[in-house]
Write a protein that binds this ligand. Sequence first.
Ligand SMILES: *[C@@H]1O[C@H](CO)[C@@H](O)[C@H](O)[C@H]1NC(C)=O
Ligand SMILES: *[C@@H]1O[C@H](CO)[C@@H](O)[C@H](O)[C@H]1NC(C)=O
Ligand SMILES: *[C@@H]1O[C@H](CO)[C@@H](O)[C@H](O)[C@H]1NC(C)=O
Ligand SMILES: *[C@@H]1O[C@H](CO)[C@@H](O)[C@H](O)[C@H]1NC(C)=O
Length: 371
Amino acid sequence: MAAVLLLLSLGFLAVHAGLPAEELRSRERIFLSSMGLSERPRPGPRAAGSRGARRLVPAELWRMFRRSESSEARDGDSCTVAEYGVPGNIIRFVQDQGQMASPGIGSSQTKRLFFNMSVLQPVEQLSLAQLEIRFLWKPLRSSELLKGSRAVNVSLYGVVRATLREADPLAGRRLLLTRSVRLLPDAPPLTLNLTALAESWRKPGRNYGLVLEALPFGTGDGVGARPLDEDPAAPQIRASLVAVSLNPQQCRSRQRRSTVRVPVLPSNVCKARRLYIDFKEVGWQGWIIAPQGYMANYCHGECPFPLSESLNGTNHAILQTLVHSLDPRGTPPPCCVPVRLAPISMLYYDNNDNVVLRHYQDMVVDECGCR
Ligand SMILES: *[C@@H]1O[C@H](CO)[C@@H](O)[C@H](O)[C@H]1NC(C)=O
Ligand SMILES: *[C@@H]1O[C@H](CO)[C@@H](O)[C@H](O)[C@H]1NC(C)=O
Ligand SMILES: *[C@@H]1O[C@H](CO)[C@@H](O)[C@H](O)[C@H]1NC(C)=O
Ligand SMILES: *[C@@H]1O[C@H](CO)[C@@H](O)[C@H](O)[C@H]1NC(C)=O
């Protein structure tokens, strides 16, 4: 509720009451921190240009976002991610920030993978970290595709401690996976559960990343096992880490939303009013991917004596209206306030240019009452 009020003051008071810029920035900071952000994300240079140049939103995230928008999902449990079957209200596609390392032993190619897990707030409980490695590849000749003969042998290592450049490159590594991957266009990604390791990466200075070795083989038609970076038909390696976490502070069990519609009352009586918040008006269209805005609503109206049942008054509010009717100057009437709020889901870029899907509670006024 505080968040909604803040957002309201951001978008509307700012325009209509001419708040000083400093005051506005401080309100924005409070709201962003309630969203778990240290500052307004400014998606990186790739994102600054045309829409097409922006870091793509993974199709899985779009699907999850659309599902969370459907009305039955809003009634369901917003603290479980059904797609992965784990508790959580935040889903991040953490970007790989590792570099291509020097060519490895023989014709293999070595790539460092680094996922900054410090983007998780300390309060969050990590429930799943799943590594996804894609080999993007286009066959040079259709015969390659028909034979399905190109493949890479993949070895993945966790780096458990920093080693000097001159030291044995295999020291300080722990083998996590070896797999032979057949190269096919649109092949599903190689996935690996890295929850325990990713949890250890959250401690400052303890993330040495991963090392991926890819060795091409089995070309059979004279292409040979050349280093991948010299091979025009070499696959591009793309890795991302799907991190599902739970912020328990933003997770309460919720009552089912009522299907009863607001009864027709004289318009000056306390009730929920329609209010659409457009993120463009707040200047957030650059980092909020979806929705572009939402129906936040607000409560407004009188709480007249005698307080009818439809106004959802507490016993205290009923007494307060009674006292107010006897002594209007001495005691104010109860206030028309939200008594039931609903969550929304938001898809956005965080400060590290990761794509995040997050469920926020108490963003929509569903019902009002006199309190
Ligand atoms: C990881 O992310 C945190 C929080 O956004 C940031 O302060 C830190 O500099 C990042 N570390 C690296 C190595 O990019
Ligand atoms: C992933 O691994 C963790 C332990 O590291 C385990 O508790 C969890 O059940 C695994 N999740 C899946 C989906 O396999
Ligand atoms: C790739 O791995 C398979 C087994 O997984 C092995 O039989 C084969 O020799 C390996 N190829 C190369 C070129 O290392
Ligand atoms: C009071 O609550 C009922 C359901 O509990 C709801 O139908 C009604 O709209 C609420 N009253 C107001 C003023 O929102």
